[in-house]
Design a protein around this ligand. Structure first.
Ligand SMILES: *Cc1c(COP(=O)(O)O)cnc(C)c1O
Length: 417
């Protein structure tokens, strides 16, 4: 709030498609999908209509001892997105809740399996999995973590396969193989006490859009199998087509033991998250003894309005062949951004699916704030992460908006010191 004494908050009156409008009628292109949640634009008529219809049936009912149609239909639809491999859904409300659930469920599975020593979690350097205490314990972003470090459970971190760490001449895939050796060594030494490895597949978002080769995920899957360690794929940001496939882990041809989803799940409309897992893990909790069951509840778990928004979102994926359409959208933005890729101040220009990022040479302490403020003056809502500028537009972005985004970002690079 102190910073906002100098840079006022953006008062949003309404939204339509990729645009936000203030009370004076000025417009801003939401080039970061309102923090990575929005897929098909603001005030999308199809999602809005689905929620309105649900509002006339049942707005909320407890999901303990009761069930309802949107929760069941959504679980079945989501199971199909994994070819039935992850056929069990546990609902919660926010991304961090889903991460908490996956961690607890992994630990509890091993306990039920007579392996209570398996209680440590491994994450990657630069990871982000949310900011509640359990999620923060597997998060490695100093700004969010350091203050609360004394409160967090102990865990381990292994080096990230982020290709910016590669040696000159070393490919992203070779680098991924090399970094997987670190994981191998870690699990060799600590596999016995490790419950799970948690990763953001292909793109580590909050740390600054670090991108890595799918080979790392293939190796990680094999290593987890060898050492009897769960693989948690946190696709809260990468899911729902963001990286070019419906889920990022598909690009490695692997199946995780747990999949956490939120953000785009409801098209950016309502808070909802889910942890998906496979039969064998579900079975380990299926018992008369209540302490063997998984007890974890949030009051708004499986909210019908949110589930309905998610179903409408999945309908749009099917009806509009979104994944295929995004290939063309992605190619167009990459082409429009060519002047950025070659700009004198730009380093490590990179793209995965519908995410673009680059570092700005010479960016100082307050660069992100300064850049964001000047972007608003050019009708762009952008929030760089330190010296990393990124685009993560809604899939509803049109051709003119794409060109405008790229062109004005070049102007900003020339303008912001
Ligand atoms: C945003 C995010 C989370 C946390 O989700 P919230 O809904 O903000 O709690 C967890 N993991 C990843 C990869 C994320 O990008």
């Amino acid at each position: 709030m102190k910073h906002h004494e100098a840079i006022p908050l953006l008062p949003v009156a309404r939204g339509e498609g990729c645009w936000l409008y203030d009370f004076e009628g000025r417009r801003f292109l939401d080039a970061i999908s309102s923090w990575w949640v929005n897929l098909f634009g603001h005030c999308n008529p199809r999602i809005g209509a689905a929620i309105a219809e649900q509002l006339g049936r049942i707005e909320h009912v407890l999901l303990a001892g009761c069930t309802h149609e949107p929760a069941v239909a959504l679980a079945e639809r989501l199971a199909r997105t994994t070819m039935g491999r992850l056929g069990h859904c546990f609902y919660a409300s926010d991304g961090a809740c889903a991460v908490e659930i996956a961690l607890k469920m992994s630990f509890h599975y091993w306990r039920n399996a007579g392996r209570p020593r398996k209680r440590r979690f491994v994450s990657l350097e630069g990871s982000y999995h949310g900011e509640t205490l359990g999620a923060l314990a597997v998060t490695d972003v100093a700004l969010f973590r350091d203050t609360y470090a004394p409160l967090l459970m102990a865990g381990s971190r292994v080096a990230s396969p982020d290709w910016r760490g590669a040696q000159p001449g070393e490919s992203a895939a070779d680098y991924a193989v090399r970094r997987a050796l670190d994981l191998a060594a870690h699990l060799e030494a600590h596999g016995e006490e490790t419950a799970a490895l948690i990763v953001e597949p292909l793109v580590q978002g909050a740390t600054g859009m670090a991108m890595y080769d799918a080979e790392y995920l293939r190796r990680a899957r094999a290593l987890c199998d060898r050492h009897e360690v769960h693989l948690i794929a946190d696709e809260i940001m990468t899911g729902f087509g963001r990286t070019g496939t419906f889920y990022a882990h598909e690009q490695a041809g692997i199946t995780p033991d747990f999949l956490t989803l939120s953000k785009g799940l409801t098209g950016g409309y309502l808070p909802l998250s889910v942890v998906m897992t496979r039969d064998a893990i579900h079975e380990a909790f299926h018992d008369d003894a209540v302490t063997r069951a998984f007890l974890h509840s949030h009051s708004y778990t499986g909210n019908p309005l949110a589930c309905r928004a998610a179903l409408a979102t999945l309908d749009i994926f099917d009806e509009d062949a979104v994944i295929a359409g995004n290939r063309a959208r992605s190619a167009r933005l990459t082409a429009a951004a060519a002047p950025l890729a070659t700009h004198a101040r730009v380093r490590n220009f990179r793209n995965t699916g519908m995410i673009w990022a680059f570092e700005v040479a010479g960016a100082g302490e307050s660069y992100a704030r300064e850049f964001a403020a000047r972007a608003l003056a050019r009708e762009l809502l952008l929030r760089p992460l330190g010296g990393t500028v990124y685009f993560m537009p809604p899939y509803a972005i049109g051709e003119e908006e794409t060109d405008l985004l790229a062109r004005r970002t070049v102007e900003l690079l020339d303008e912001v010191p």
